[in-house]
Design a protein around this ligand. Structure first.
Ligand code: ADP
Ligand code: MG
Length: 346
């Protein structure tokens, strides 16, 4: 089943094997996968059969945290998992959120990459939608940077940024826009980057579209600075459903993550949301004047934060730029070994 999911979008099998379509020896897996692909967008019923994981098989333990749209539990399903339960207030009005949810789940199933959280399945039991992923060990970059105030050297930042670029490059190659790339959605497990919550933004927004605080923009702190100018400009009350997310807006968000790694704080720190929206929307960037970093490191920031989306690099380009950065030979004290050496020596 899982194998089919990975084969589904690959072209390689279709031309191999026997000559006529559907009659080849590998027809079984191909048929299944084709069905799997076309079934999702078409079907509107709410039957449980469509869901990978029956809710009853899930065991939920303590709450790990509560985000904007749902509650994350430590759970168990054939081992330790994280279960994000999206609280949907009403399923009766229309099934658009459910269709979107199904569509996105179908997309997640196709993701398998070292730097992406393992998507294990989803389940639905009205009024609940749940997404089951592997449980991330370690802490988020947000915790490291903003809570523990851990310092990331330039070298360490580069290694982390390379892994983020690799995971994001994979997502984009699969046609998936993250839409919520931020340090809170990036875990560091023994030096390995694990990105979470990709592509979830629209479904969670859809489920909670009516729940966003009245006529205020309902902008949580620490979200705004990831929004590209074109997103800031599109921000109006109630317009959050139609924000023009793109691969380039993900790259802008990556720029902010890069800044946090290097500076230990958010850009536009302690400025009110209105001021940030106004400035970013007009093309103003966080000043890098007081930043201690080499020119090429700052150049990456400026490129990712380009006002015009087409001027931002894509992730493969970022990766190769990051790989070409001169690596400083830092004196490593034996008491503070660098744990990130695995992908450093490539
Ligand atoms: P946010 O990303 O804005 O912090 P979430 O709802 O995504 O909000 O997450 C809520 C909490 O659950 C956070 O503390 C997050 O680190 C944690 N969490 C989310 N997904 C996982 C996971 N797969 N493994 C471990 N912890 C997770
Ligand atoms: Mg998250």
């Amino acid at each position: 089943e899982e194998f089919n999911a990975s084969v589904r979008s690959g072209e390689s099998l279709s031309g191999s094997g026997s000559t006529d379509s559907g009659g080849c020896q590998r027809g079984d897996s191909l048929d299944l996968s084709n069905k799997g692909d076309s079934r999702w967008p078409r079907q509107n019923s709410l039957s449980m059969k469509e869901w990978d994981i029956p809710y009853d098989e899930l065991r939920l333990f303590e709450v790990i945290g509560t985000g904007r749209f749902g509650t994350v539990y430590r759970g168990s399903w054939h081992g330790a998992v994280a279960v994000k339960v999206l609280h949907v207030h009403s399923l009766s009005d229309d099934c658009v959120p459910l269709d979107t949810f199904k569509h996105e789940v179908a997309t997640f199933r196709k993701t398998r990459h070292e730097n992406l959280v393992l998507f294990m399945g989803a389940c639905m039991k009205p009024p609940r939608l749940a997404i089951v992923t592997s449980l991330c060990k370690g802490m988020t970059l947000y915790t490291h940077i903003h809570l523990r105030k851990d310092k990331f050297t330039a070298n360490k930042s580069v290694i982390v940024a390379q892994q983020i670029s690799q995971g994001m490059g994979y997502l984009h190659a699969r046609g998936i826009i993250h839409k919520d790339l931020k340090t809170k959605n990036i875990f560091l497990e023994n030096g390995k980057v694990v990105i979470t919550d990709f592509g979830l933004f629209s479904v969670t927004k859809l489920c909670f579209g009516n729940n966003l605080r009245g006529d205020s923009l309902g902008i949580p702190a620490g979200w705004l600075c990831y929004l590209a100018p074109e997103l800031c400009r599109a921000l109006t009350p109630h317009a959050s459903l139609i924000l023009p997310f793109s691969k380039a807006t993900d790259v802008y968000a990556f720029g902010t993550v890069w800044y946090e790694l290097l500076c230990g704080e958010y850009p536009f720190k302690s400025q009110p949301p209105e001021a940030v929206i106004w400035q970013v929307g007009k093309g103003v960037k966080q000043s890098l004047a007081s930043m201690q970093a080499s020119r090429d490191i700052k150049d990456i920031l400026m490129l990712c934060w380009s006002y015009r989306s087409h001027e931002r690099p894509d992730f493969p380009a970022l990766l190769s730029t990051l790989q070409k950065l001169p690596r400083k030979r830092l004196a490593r004290s034996p008491s503070h070994p660098v744990h990130l050496s695995r992908s450093a020596d490539s």
